[in-house]
Design a protein around this ligand. Structure first.
Ligand code: AMP
Length: 187
């Protein structure tokens, strides 16, 4: 399986990605997780990404695309992958197509987890209390949702044009949502 998981921050992408990884036996590639690991580890990449992450903005495409290119070149990705949090704008989606073409593979599906803005805002504020992520403060959450609507939502249309988009209702019990995702992917 080669899939992209789309959806606003707080829609449950990370939680669902972990379950899909188990089911399909492919690695999840979360650009947000890779950035956070680099920030935590104090790497040069982390230093470049941090100011954008803290502001709720996208890390520049050149940085993000290069990081994904490296990750997709690793051996464990040969049998497939689930991208979580990438692509985040139509330019990244076009670059991903090029990278996959160079690897001689193609995407099977782009699944969009849909969720109401008020619900995801609430979830993110709750997650802020539990996980204490630096970018889970209310003004940054609002910015991230704005960035999503302006830059990332058009990625769904990009995949719809290619006949690859499946939309899944992200509201409900975690198991229920996983079942919907599996049904959409297996179709
Ligand atoms: P996430 O964990 O996916 O919500 O990502 C957290 C933050 O990492 C985002 O708000 C961005 O600053 C950055 N980030 C993650 N993925 C991308 C991406 N594909 N392009 C640019 N920035 C990203």
């Amino acid at each position: 399986m080669r899939a992209v998981l789309l959806g606003p921050p707080g829609a449950g992408k990370g939680t669902q990605a972990a379950r899909l990884v188990e089911r399909y036996g492919v690695p999840a590639i979360s650009t947000g997780d890779i950035f956070r690991a680099n920030v935590g580890g104090g790497t040069e990449l982390g230093r470049r990404a941090k100011e954008f992450m803290d502001a709720g903005q996208l890390v520049p495409d050149e940085v993000t695309n290069a990081m994904v290119r490296d990750r997709l070149a690793q051996d464990d990705v040969r049998a497939g992958f689930l991208l979580d949090g990438y692509p985040r704008n139509p330019e990244q989606a076009a670059v991903l197509d090029t990278m996959l073409a160079e690897l001689g593979v193609a995407l099977d599906v782009a699944v969009e987890l849909t969720a109401d803005v008020d619900v995801v805002t609430e979830r993110l504020l709750k997650r802020a209390e539990i996980e204490g992520r630096a970018d889970d403060t209310e003004p940054v959450i609002r910015k991230r949702l704005e960035v999503y609507a302006e830059q990332t939502a058009p990625v769904a249309a990009y995949y719809a044009d290619k006949g690859l988009l499946a939309q899944v209702d992200g509201l409900g019990e975690i198991d229920e949502v996983t079942a919907r995702l599996v049904a959409a992917i297996d179709r």
